[in-house]
Design a protein around this ligand. Structure first.
Ligand code: SF4
Ligand code: SF4
Length: 370
């Protein structure tokens, strides 16, 4: 691993252009030798969704990455495991399964016979394919995340944890810092060797599943997930130190000790920053006085960001109920497609909004009356 991050302008999902830019990024960042090796390509398929929604890594980026790795002599496998998907899932709506077929790569079912690995604290279930491949190439999407503000390279590794097992981790790591520590622990245990982020069309607003597609016009790459996330979150207009996955990794001195160690290659970074990118509100979490007051003043706790269910959009699919790690939501016994939140049980993991495909869960500050 090195600290190089390359950013290349790329304004549309043109296979030849994306392939060319991936090849350039790989060379500049000194991607690993994949000749004769088996490589797992891990896109971000949060929920299986049409590419126009910008929820998943675009299938053209997946296809271009597969073809590039094959051109270098790799045998490529592809897989991901959205939170609400069970065994036998294939990323068909996202077009990623079809991209695999077109490029001649094998699709892997992460939910089939998962393995277990040790983390700093405890164990975690993980797709057993990681024990069979030589390398992992991660393809995160440039977008916001309700809990950790910005989802990038470090967060994308969580997709190796199969389906609903992810929800259990939210219950065990219910606050932002604890969850970020888990994500960093996971990358310490299973570190993909290279990351290519799809920032051609990203997602602003209430990501990772309910936001709005927005043209960013870039592809980014690095072998260092922290360096990549620092650059990407800066382009999104965040202070990278406010992103808890970045701050946790930096505080541990993992992968690098400060942003100053990044070796950047691309257009002038300041010119890439999207000042109008709609970010996730930071909750004043760094302000010690606000944190003190929030923990003690009942009224302020009632004003926290929380899931708000838009009943008229609900299809009654029950995915949010299945994924909720705190058993905080139920279907109303008498009203059709009417989700009821038990606010006192909710740990604000926002998994319900991640899995809802019907824009029926919004995360917002809403006064929760007594
Ligand atoms: S809120 Fe969304 S995920 Fe939950 S039941 Fe309704 S449509 Fe399904
Ligand atoms: S209701 Fe939603 S945000 Fe609250 S614990 Fe359940 S899944 Fe998480």
């Amino acid at each position: 691993m090195n600290n190089k991050v390359a950013v290349r302008k790329c304004s549309e999902y043109d296979l030849d252009e994306v392939y060319h830019q991936i090849s350039d990024i790989w060379q500049i960042c000194e991607g690993p030798d994949v000749s004769g090796k088996s490589v797992l390509v891990k896109p971000n398929i949060l929920i299986d969704s049409d590419p126009s929604n910008a929820i998943c890594t675009h299938p053209v980026v997946v296809e271009a990455a597969i073809k590039f790795l094959q051109s270098k002599g790799a045998i490529v496998l592809v897989g991901d495991s959205p939170g609400a998907m069970a065994r036998g899932y294939k990323g068909e709506k996202s077009g990623i399964f079809q991209a695999c077929q077109k490029a001649g790569a094998e699709w892997v079912d992460f939910a089939k016979e998962p393995a277990e690995i040790n983390l700093r604290k405890g164990k975690i279930k993980i797709a057993s394919v990681i024990n069979k491949v030589d390398l992992i190439v991660s393809l995160p999407k440039f977008k916001n995340h309700g809990l950790v503000f910005f989802t990038g390279a470090i967060k994308n590794t969580l997709g190796l944890v199969p389906g609903f097992t992810k929800a259990k981790q939210h219950a065990l790591h219910s606050d932002r810092i604890s969850f970020s520590e888990l994500l960093v622990d996971l990358n310490e245990a299973v570190m993909p060797q290279f990351f290519i982020m799809d920032g051609i069309v990203g997602m602003e607003g209430p990501g990772p599943g309910q936001g709005t597609p927005v043209n960013i016009g870039i592809l980014l790459g690095s072998s260092n997930p922290l360096a990549l996330d620092i650059v990407a979150s800066k382009i999104a207009g965040y202070n990278p130190n406010d992103i808890p996955t970045n701050s946790v990794a930096l505080s541990r001195g993992l992968w690098m000790k400060s942003a100053g160690e990044i070796i950047f290659d691309g257009p002038e970074l300041e010119s890439l920053i999207k000042n109008d990118f709609k970010k996730i509100p930071l909750d004043g979490s760094k302000n010690i006085v606000v944190r003190f007051l929030k923990n003690r003043i009942h009224f302020l706790k009632k004003m926290e960001r929380r899931p708000v269910f838009i009943h008229e959009n609900c299809t009654g699919c029950l995915d949010c109920i299945k994924i909720c790690p705190a058993n905080a939501i139920t279907m109303h016994p008498k009203k059709d497609n009417y989700i009821v939140l038990t606010d006192s049980k909710c740990i604000r993991c926002f998994c319900c909004s991640e899995v809802c495909q019907s824009k029926a869960v919004e995360i917002r500050r809403k006064f929760f009356g007594a």
